[in-house]
Ligand binder design. Structure first.
Ligand code: ADP
Length: 261
């Protein structure tokens, strides 16, 4: 009877494990389906615009101003496509463990200043102000281009989910003897507790209508972890979001104190 009882237990256990696995498969298939439909939409929008404008311009008869406007849109939409494709390729590289970092010494204050300059025009259109707080020069170990990609993504999200006339704060300081802490804080729409645990999952988006691929935070987190760092998030719905990145400082040579003899 004991054996029978055990079997019964094991079969019940197995059944619930299989049931759980089946649910997980359904869930991950659903996530992939959602991703494919959102990525198709993301790719189709710029392509439709490029196709439309190029045909219009080929048909001719436009004055130089209109032609310049059309060419400008074609160029901007092509950049958007390149960005999307690069994001998907980076994600694939990380998944396959093939992301190579070119490590060096990175000046964090400069990195954040450059990030602000890159996003500034977009933020300014909605009167969103970007403010940097960093008194000291801090140097971390890292791949400057990849770290720039992380902060561009974080600040881009902060702008995207901020209200007009608001402030986004970036800060950098020493966190401990060996680590630096950087934060990107917005006063935007915020994220509910339920969604906060999932926004760093690949493909996840609170609202697919906002555009994007749902890959940005997953890529950023993995890039930070490849640097032996960590990425954390705090958020409150309706109040705003704070993303924290902790990275190892470059090796500081030990201070030699004279011995007493
Ligand atoms: P994407 O921006 O392409 O959707 P991300 O991985 O960067 O992908 O972000 C995933 C989701 O997390 C976003 O779609 C959004 O719902 C939420 N999110 C990210 N950053 C913020 C933020 N600063 N404020 C509010 N929601 C955010």
């Amino acid at each position: 009877t004991r054996i029978k009882g055990n079997y019964k237990y094991e079969i019940g256990d197995l059944a619930s494990t299989l049931n759980y696995m089946a649910q997980e498969i359904v869930r991950s298939n659903q996530i992939k389906d959602d991703f494919i439909s959102s990525i198709s939409h993301e790719l189709r929008t710029p392509l439709t615009s490029i196709k439309g404008w190029s045909e219009t311009l080929i048909s001719g008869g436009y004055d130089p101003e209109e032609t310049k406007l059309g060419m400008g849109i074609i160029s901007k939409e092509s950049d958007r496509l390149i960005g999307l494709v690069e994001e998907i390729l980076d994600f694939a590289k990380l998944q396959q463990n093939e992301m190579k970092l070119s490590m060096g010494t990175v000046n964090v204050k400069e990195l954040l200043q450059e990030t602000i300059l890159n996003v500034w025009a977009k933020a300014e259109k909605r009167r969103i102000h970007l403010r940097l707080e960093s008194e000291e020069s801090i140097f971390v170990k890292g791949d400057a281009n990849r770290l720039k990609q992380v902060f561009l993504n974080l600040v881009d999200n902060a702008v995207k989910f901020s209200h007009e006339d608001s402030i986004i704060g970036l800060s950098a300081k020493r966190f401990s003897e060996t680590e630096a802490i950087m934060t990107v804080r917005d006063a935007g729409i915020g994220i509910s507790e339920e969604h906060l645990s999932r926004v760093r999952d690949r493909f996840f988006q609170v609202d697919a209508l906002n555009g994007g691929t749902g890959l940005g935070l997953a890529i950023s987190q993995q890039l930070v972890e490849l640097h032996n760092g960590r990425l954390e998030m705090n958020s409150e719905l309706g109040k705003g979001t704070e993303v924290i990145v902790i990275l190892p400082l470059v090796d500081v040579p030990p201070v030699i104190t004279p011995t007493e003899d």
